[in-house]
Design a protein around this ligand. Structure first.
Ligand SMILES: [Zn+2]
Length: 162
């Protein structure tokens, strides 16, 4: 199974990924802040999302500090962006500050997203937790391009927000 040939990235891709990094800062998660932007192929922002608990569910520091409970309740940035979208996402591009987990990859495929743009994952522990090898395999099989783009203005570790 071969990966989809990569489109040449341009400054708009950098802008949308930088916007996703900005939106990551809106997450109340104390440890991992992830932002996501979905844009159309003609470069309009269609939807945004960040990781967090569902609306109305109390996001107390006690809950957010309990890792197991937090993982049970948190909606990933990509899923929030897909849910928040008010239009068909076929052919859209999804920018996210952390490579999608395999469950988000499944939803991205099913939503008709054509391309995922994310910084390279440099954390082996995270790669295992998120099953990124499976994500890459699934996206390739489904014909969704996965493009690696560094967040060059980010001073900290990749994917951990602003
Ligand atoms: Zn996910």
């Amino acid at each position: 199974m071969t990966a989809v040939p990569a489109r040449a990235l341009d400054h708009w891709d950098e802008r949308f990924l930088a916007l996703a990094a900005h939106i990551a800062g809106w997450s109340k998660d104390p440890s991992t802040k992830v932002g996501c932007v979905i844009a159309s192929a003609d470069r309009r922002v269609v939807s945004t999302g960040f990781n967090g608990l569902p609306s109305g569910v109390e996001d107390s520091i006690e809950r957010l500090s309990d890792r197991d409970l937090k993982y049970e309740m948190t909606i990933h940035a990509e899923r929030n962006a897909i849910i928040n979208a008010r239009r068909d996402l076929t052919g859209c591009r999804l920018y996210v500050t952390l490579q999608p987990c395999s469950v988000c990859a499944a939803m991205i495929i099913q939503a008709g997203i054509a391309e995922v743009i994310a910084p390279p994952c440099t954390d082996p522990r995270l790669a295992e937790t998120f099953n990124l090898a499976l994500t890459e395999q699934m996206l390739a099989e489904a014909g969704v391009a996965l493009q690696s783009l560094a967040l060059d203005h980010s001073p900290g570790p990749q994917g951990h927000g602003g």
